[in-house]
Design a protein. Structure first.
Length: 394
């Protein structure tokens, strides 16, 4: 299993499964007394709708394979990490190429140092070389433009009437899909992650255009006016800027009843840009719940502020397959004002509570307003919250 250096060299990730193109998927069995999240009732994509579906580690690689298999003309893949030896996904791409589908793969030139700074990744460079040897078009994204190329998406059949995009928070490597014990912690088994499918024509066109502009040689980004797409980088040196800082600030400032957030990790070095809006929300009476990882809130001085604000914090929810083990939280999903008319779900690669993610990295997420989709995500969150441990830095 490859070491993933995405966050503090210990992150393991997954894909969220989804219902698309009439696929049928079966959730894995569980030895836990808690049931797995329910399957979505929809089995397809309605034009212009963002659809949330199943959640890993319940469904494995098959939903991604089916998405690849649905492509007729092209697949444009944006990944922080894509393991070129991961045959479960590479073989379907080879099959797609053989039937005439053009496959392009854009990967981050950097990964995360132990000191939380970017370092050039020989592994990613080797994967690009391997993909090109297989006959794909593969490139490293611009190291000059982005501290990390952290976007995780796939566009199928760009420019066609049925073009669609998978927008996710996971990478393409074996340790993002399996339920085997982690090599870093024998008590960790599986990782929580999510994805949506977007087939809104203007959304997909914007994602496809951005891919082309990020494809070397890098072109100046022409920006995005799509209200449901969440882009980074949003830092002061970028023009045009992404909207991620504004989106997350608005989400927290406008919350009136609840904020339910998966928090992979809070900011490492400095105060998170979202800490003040978060604490202000609690002062308005907003109920806040966090599901995080062991050590996810360990930044000096952070935990007392969150505790004083009355935020409910838990960590390490039980694994799906073995109640004696726990899931790693890799998803960054946030649900605001559940059950209200203006409720919203965020799913994507941005970590709202990491400044570098918002300021310096190429990221893509999406806002979902559909009530049934939000209910599905909330069911997963409630399950995980109910089988977690109280948070502690000890």
């Amino acid at each position: 299993m490859k070491i993933n250096t995405e966050r503090k060299n210990k992150v393991r990730g997954v894909i969220a499964a989804f219902a698309v193109l009439g696929l049928t998927m079966t959730a894995c069995s569980s030895n836990s007394s808690q049931s797995s999240p329910p399957a979505p009732t929809s089995t397809g994509i309605t034009s212009g709708i963002l659809q949330f579906g199943l959640v890993q580690p319940n469904s494995g690689t098959q939903p991604v394979v089916d998405f690849f298999n649905s492509a007729k003309k092209s697949l444009d893949i944006s990944m922080y990490e894509f393991d070129s030896t991961f045959s479960a996904l590479v073989d379907p791409l080879k099959a797609a190429r053989q039937r005439g589908v053009a496959v392009r793969i854009l990967i981050s030139p950097t990964r995360l140092n132990p000191d939380n700074t970017p370092q050039v990744s020989p592994q990613n460079a080797a994967d690009v070389q391997a993909f090109n040897a297989m006959g794909f078009q593969a490139e490293l994204a611009s190291q000059k433009e982005f501290a990390w190329y952290h976007q995780k998406s796939v566009v199928a059949d760009a420019g066609q009437t049925d073009a669609r995009a998978l927008i996710a928070d996971f990478n393409f490597a074996s340790d993002y899909f399996d339920q085997t014990p982690s090599q870093y912690d024998a008590n960790q088994e599986g990782t929580r992650g999510m994805a949506v499918i977007d087939n809104d024509k203007q959304d997909v066109a914007t994602i496809a255009r951005t891919f082309n502009e990020d494809w070397p040689p890098h072109k100046k980004w022409t920006g995005s006016d799509r209200p449901d797409l969440v882009w980074a980088p949003s830092g002061p040196k970028y023009n045009p800027k992404g909207n991620s800082i504004q989106v997350f600030t608005d989400m927290l400032n406008k919350a009136t009843s609840t904020i339910d957030a998966y928090v992979q990790v809070f900011n490492y070095e400095t105060t998170s840009l979202m800490l003040e809006p978060l604490l202000n929300a609690t002062k308005r009476g907003v109920k806040v719940r966090f599901i995080t990882n062991k050590g996810g809130l360990s930044k000096a001085g952070l935990l007392p502020q969150l505790q004083a604000a009355g935020i409910q914090m838990v960590m390490a929810p039980q694994s799906i397959g073995d109640s004696s083990k726990y899931l790693y939280i890799h998803t960054k999903s946030v649900i605001v004002d559940q059950g209200k008319s203006d409720q919203v779900l965020f799913v994507g690669s941005e970590n709202p509570f990491l400044n570098d993610s918002l300021n310096l990295e190429r990221e893509l997420g999406v806002l979902v307003h559909d009530g049934s989709a939000i209910t599905q995500a909330l069911d997963v969150f409630n399950r995980d919250f109910s089988v977690s441990q109280p948070y502690s830095n000890s």
